[in-house]
Write a protein that binds this ligand. Sequence first.
Ligand SMILES: Cc1ncc(COP(=O)(O)O)c(C=O)c1O
Length: 567
Amino acid sequence: MQWGSATLAFYGIGAAAVATSVAALRKRLELSQAKHPSLSGHAGIARRLARFLPFYEYDAERFFCSDGAPHDIATHRRAGFKELSQIYRTRFAETIRATAEAAESLSDLQFTAAYRVPFQYRRLVRAHLPSASFVESSCGVMLTDLDGNRSYDLTGSYGVNLLGYDFYKETIERGAARVRELGPVLGAYHPLIAENAKMLKEISGLDEVSFHMSGTEAVMQAVRLARYHTRRSHVVRFCGAYHGWWDDVQPGVGNPIAARQTYTLTEMSERALRVLRKRRNIACVLVNPLQALHPNVSPPSDSALIDSGRGAHFDKARYGEWLKKLRAVCSERNIVLIFDEVFVGFRLAKGGAQDYFGVRADLVTYGKTLGGGLPVGVLCGRRDLMKRYRDDRPADICLARGTFNSHPYVMAAMNEFLRALKTPQIDALYRDLDEVWNARAHMLNARLAAADLPVRVANLSSIWTVSYTQPSRYNWMLQYYLRAEGLLLSWIGTGRLIFSLNYSDADFAAVVDRFVAAAGAMQQDGWWWHNPALTDRTIKRTVFREIIGERWARLRRAIFDDGQRPR
Ligand SMILES: Cc1ncc(COP(=O)(O)O)c(C=O)c1O
């Protein structure tokens, strides 16, 4: 048979098209396989499902027996709840009153009050254990609320408080004195800035520095520069990692629009490395080394604590190995490796995560504690990546601005912070950092185990998280018992405890006593009643059924009651 040239060309184009589609399909499949199977690993699906989730709540009856506990246990819990509520109402009276009044005008307070516990329990908790979010002074490791109660601070001010509030008070005051003559002049710099840049270059091992107003902005600038220099579009972030609230790095629930140029991949996964090797559109990879404590899991918040599935375990060697592999692939593919050290910078080691894990990044972001108590974001990077213009194309620039960048007062407080790092006292704090905090976590766990309490902690140095060893629907109650014992947590509850390094052994021993007492009281009040039929799986199944039931009920109401479309 003789084939005409037109037929041959037709088959040739067809074969090429099939080959291209197969290659594209394979790449798509590899991307899917590199995603974490959890909902946080699938940002788009998570966003859509979040819209589907209906609000429903437990009434005063079910609130106390949503795990199927018998009547006597529910009665016991109710009495404990009432007593705790009484303690709150008397001990925190003024703080609660002021919080409620301010919440009328402060949207942030309304949000944080609503998202402290799983939503099914929210209304009764808010009515009886209201938020008491005001404090008026700090001293040592304690905070004092408006009623004069002194509590141990386990909030760590979102991680800013590394060296103790008194340290930052002094830093701010001394810094302010040094720039007083200049005042809040912007645009022109106070000479202190040059010294800051020099110290930051030494710490980061990188060539240049830029100053911003928040960690979020430092991350935005890092990603923008990576895109500019690589001329590629996509950002890789790892499942669960927080990098601030800018759209492109926060693609899931909480962001009303889809982040179309972000890949969320599984951390510590060969499949993720394969995607980095194969795709040509990846500008940068963002790593938040805090995730080493719970890879691929979102920041643990008590509002999501519906069962006891939350766990954490830090393995320094394994995470370090992962970072080395990532470094190698990024170098091989000219992908910019960004360490987002806004949280962990200066907390794990003086040289940050780069030093701690022995891996160098191309760009590093810092923030939080680096501002010496004032707001800041900092980007350090390789000279070629930090450049914001091209010599040969004058209009091809990479813009970065911000009115308050390099504010003299912030620069001065930062200068005090960076200078303090060089003092022998601070140096000594870093010497046995891991040993000290690991021993402390061990000590608390030993006490909890000895008291037969179903609670444990895991830690990445001075950053801790609480997990629960037996299935329960009520673990989120612990935050309220801890508060009653004088331990102050941030609004995300027991998912994150942050210690400042000025905690003495005596301070810590007091925290342990109070922690064990709080968990003991919660145990006594029956919240950790347990039945072998109650597993994390059955709890999830129950909640799932409730959600479907509520959705169905709404649909029926819409169709049969008022003929309207369900919302
Ligand atoms: C790793 C990381 N990156 C970025 C940010 C955002 O910093 P900021 O809240 O200062 O904008 C945070 C804040 O918690 C963070 O932990």
